[in-house]
Design a binder for this molecule. Structure first.
Ligand code: GRF
Length: 207
């Protein structure tokens, strides 16, 4: 019998290849990791990430956003119901390419985190590596943050930096950042799942 605390049930939302989800699933194989990856949901059918999740024995679901048309909240209600049925306690966005409504964000306030491939508050939105190259920065990286209604604006939990090297293009830079993402996300999820990092109001409190 183990006297470890019960592991937090984590749900991961994806839209594609799911490499960050895989890094979480691998981390969660350690017996002392404070979270289990209990469910992976994709809004796009048949993406590689779903297969990879099943390979870890993780339950998967697809909630296709397309039948909901412009009604984002109806799509989110469907997602939320799957999360409820699966008793998900912490929601992790990993390459999930849908903008969330204030309704959904409020529902998961303090219990939903995202990884973004830039050193926030720099380079919000898409094509972050292109933005970094165009800005001529010498350092780039990734951030894990609590999700708030404004896109990529939530309080940062952890960040990792990489150098921008002469001759870098979007692809080489993205690769270097992704290596760090795969270490950063498991570390940040562990902080939140264990209660070491917590959202209080609009700041991250650590204990
Ligand atoms: C990652 O770069 C992540 O930071 C961004 O989307 C990409 C998803 O990649 N939000 P993957 O699906 O986890 O491989």
């Amino acid at each position: 019998m183990s006297d470890a605390l019960p592991r937090k049930r984590v749900g991961v939302l994806i839209s594609g290849r799911g490499s960050n989800m895989v890094s979480l699933a691998e981390a969660a194989q350690a017996p002392d990791y404070p979270a289990e990856i209990a469910l992976v949901i994709s809004n796009i059918p048949d993406v590689a990430g779903l297969d990879r999740a099943r390979g870890f024995g993780i339950a998967t679901a697809t909630v296709d956003h397309r039948p909901f048309g412009k009604d984002r909240e109806a799509f989110e209600r469907a997602v939320d119901e799957v999360l409820r049925v699966n008793q998900i306690e912490l929601l992790v966005l990993a390459g999930f390419m849908r903008i969330l409504t204030p309704w959904f964000v409020a529902r998961w306030e303090g219990r939903m985190i995202n990884i973004h491939p830039s050193l926030l508050p720099l380079f919000k939105g898409t094509h972050t590596h292109r933005q970094a190259l165009e800005a001529g920065v010498t350092e780039h990286g990734c951030s894990v943050h609590f999700v708030v209604p404004e896109l990529d604006a939530g309080p940062v939990i952890l960040q990792a930096k990489v150098p921008v090297q002469p001759g870098d293009d979007e692809e080489t830079l993205a690769k270097r950042v992704l290596v760090e993402e795969h270490k950063l996300y498991p570390a940040a999820v562990a902080e939140v799942a264990s209660g070491r990092a917590k959202l209080e109001g609009s700041v991250v409190i650590r204990r």
